[in-house]
Design a protein around this ligand. Sequence first.
Ligand SMILES: [Zn+2]
Length: 192
Amino acid sequence: MRQTSSILSTWLIIILFFVLLFTLYNQQNKKYDDKGKDASIPTQLHPIVEEHKNKLVKEAENIGIELIITETIRSYDEQNALYEQGRTTEGNIVTHAQGGESYHNYGLAIDYALSDQDGNLIWDLNYDGNGNGDSDWFEVADIAKDLGFEWGGDWEKFQDYPHLQMTFGLSIRDLQNGLRPKTEQGVEEVDN
Ligand SMILES: [Zn+2]
């Protein structure tokens, strides 16, 4: 009987040890912090998104595409005003997200457009300014995806062609609950 209980407690210690190890490992690899319900709302782009935005502009430039970033972080108020567009105010509906429901509100999304040589904005998906036979817009989307962005043009329900976001595995619900991506972490990039 005494032997059985000592074997049991040995096992218990071993199991507890692995649970502890697993917890520590998870803590280290967690890509987000839980800031709780009262978490502050970011006021600028997440540094990793900022860095990859700049890379995107540079890489597009390298293949003769001039890119304009038309939107970065958007406050809740700005988001709500945008939501009203096409509903209670003039214009077309451009978003289905209200304040707090867009990755823009957390500094995790950007929008882009193209520019011609005179600096005029171009929203034409077929525009081929660098003359290589491919749509500049889609070329930019491909570069962005290689950099780890999710592209709104790939969405099934509501295609948002100018939109790029990095979610870090967090849903809007997670962000509303105060989870925030860590400011330093490895973003998976596709090498090519
Ligand atoms: Zn957007």
